[in-house]
Design a binder for this molecule. Structure first.
Ligand SMILES: *Cc1c(COP(=O)(O)O)cnc(C)c1O
Length: 231
């Protein structure tokens, strides 16, 4: 069993993250801008996740359906959970009842399945469209040139509400792509009601992402340390 002494590195990491976020927000954003910090939990033991929640983290990001299902019972339920990983249509049913948002919608087909299940359950699911801003073959997400068509299609569906955009920019030149994402977000914002979320910024670029208008930074390594995929 871990005790909170073993987890003290998380206190220190979170202190640094909060400080850097506040610095970037002071410098580049208006005082009433809300910027949320999400703790990304992949490969992290539930004890460590719960320790972050005790320290005030109120938003968790899950990547993998299987891993999430195996850990969810052990989580402190006071934090909100959002899904941020690539999601296969046939897996939506496993997560839709326990997450408050699906950030990784990049096809109409996925949106249709979320809509179908949400309507069946009499609820509305918040979603973000994931954009492949760097046009990388290895990444999921919709191409910027196809975003409007996707959003128009999703807007017709019942039981889902588009709240904004999410992206993972290429690790090199990330500031160029963060800037492009902000432009894209601003350019579509006038056309759709209720957009309030631009989810971008990870451990290596969260301060930059705040500079470019992020409202939600997703941090794994910087909070919990390097991931151990062997466990
Ligand atoms: C893993 C992951 C993160 C966090 O990445 P770090 O570099 O560890 O901060 C953020 N967003 C998504 C979608 C991820 O898969």
């Amino acid at each position: 069993m871990m005790n909170s002494n073993d987890l003290a590195y998380i206190d220190e990491n979170l202190r640094i993250i909060r400080e850097r976020c506040a610095e970037a927000a002071d410098k580049y954003r208006s005082p009433d801008d809300n910027i949320r910090i999400m703790a990304v939990t992949k490969t992290v033991a539930p004890e460590a996740v719960n320790h972050a929640v005790e320290l005030g983290i109120d938003l968790l990001g899950e990547n993998r359906v299987q891993e999430y299902l195996s850990k969810a019972d052990f989580y402190d339920k006071s934090a909100e959970v959002q899904f941020i990983g690539h999601l296969q249509t046939n897996k939506v049913k496993y997560i839709i009842n326990s997450v408050s948002m699906i950030q990784s919608v990049d096809s109409l087909k996925l949106g249709q399945e979320i809509s179908r299940l949400a309507v069946k359950d009499g609820r509305t699911m918040d979603i973000l469209c994931e954009v492949n801003i760097g046009g990388e073959d290895s990444k999921s997400g919709i191409a910027p040139s196809e975003l409007k068509e996707l959003m128009d299609g999703l807007s017709e569906l019942e039981g889902i509400r588009i709240r904004g955009l999410m992206t993972i920019p290429p690790p090199s030149d990330s500031d160029i792509f963060l800037g492009r994402m902000k432009e894209l977000y601003d350019s579509i914002s006038s056309g759709y009601k209720g957009l309030d979320t631009l989810s971008m910024g990870m451990t290596h670029d969260y301060a930059e992402a705040i500079r470019y208008g992020s409202t939600l930074v997703r941090i794994g390594t910087g909070l919990f340390g390097a991931r151990d995929y062997s466990r």
